[in-house]
Ligand binder design. Sequence first.
Ligand code: MRU
Length: 354
Amino acid sequence: MSNHFPNQVYPVYWYEDHVRLIDQTHLPNEFAVVEISRSDDMALAIKTMIVRGAPAIGVAAAYGVYLGAREIQTDDRDQFLAKLEQVATQLKATRPTAVNLFWAIDRMLKTARQTVGTVTYLKQALLETAKSINAEDLATCQAIGDHGLDVLPKTPAQLRLLTHCNAGALATAGYGTALGVVRSAWREGRLEKLYADETRPRLQGAKLTTWECVQDGIPVTLITDNMAAHCMKQGLIDAVVVGADRIAANGDAANKIGTYSLAIVAQAHNIPFFVAAPLSTVDFSLRDGSQIPIEERDPVEVYKIGETRICPPGVEFYNPSFDVTPAHLITAIITEFGAVQPGDLVKFHEKQVV
Ligand code: MRU
């Protein structure tokens, strides 16, 4: 069975008694599905980026908690909860930056602690919660996409948007955040084309964003990361839309490395810069972006492209996977509840929860 329907890609979903993931390390050359039945395997899939993108790893981790719960062999509630904490700790150790991972795992732990009943009943409640997180994220992305239409520039009638990395269906439960905005704009006839940054070192823009656009028939032009300023200067870009992995309470937003420089060049050219993300991506416990943990990945991602080494021996490497765009460079944050000025996030959040 393929899970790729026209216009709809689901990178993580529950199938019979296990999880199916699209193996994103093989796209765009091969569409492969990985079957995950154990929590250990889910942790590895997140770490090795078989599944990636902040909301998608949150959904995957939620299922991972359930898979771990299913493996626990006890009828004693306290013992079960203690072992479940260990499962959660292992899943949380996979990637540090995207807060959705921690948010989803904590929501699963809360379900376990608050559900009254036998261990068997708790396990069932955990599966239902993971399925809810999955379904809610899809609806959230569709809402983000549609709210994006309210804030995108009104002229020209058909926009040329630029995005970085992949904040698409593959990075979420489906539809995408930044690519959700692009999809909604395309559906409404408001998009001329998307420019996609290739996004070194892992090339999520080149490999994944363009793949999604081709599936949906969205016109897409691939550029290398260092071409963005030139394209803006040439008048080719009307707005930038990116995703986020974690947003601090003051609106500073962590996203894929290279996002910060894109925001600076957008401001230099007076081009609006939007961050599209669910409210669960906002970590209200962090005052500002300096407190967001930034993942550093294997240097091999820097010194090799594919199998080819691109520099001589004796060179040192630095491979931060994310950077933080300061709030003052962000025109608006587009959430499932509407768009908000970065500085108004706390007030906006309070209004949504009451
Ligand atoms: O390292 P990745 O591929 O997981 O990074 C993904 C991004 O930076 C995305 O832009 C972000 O997670 C938002 S996804 C809707």
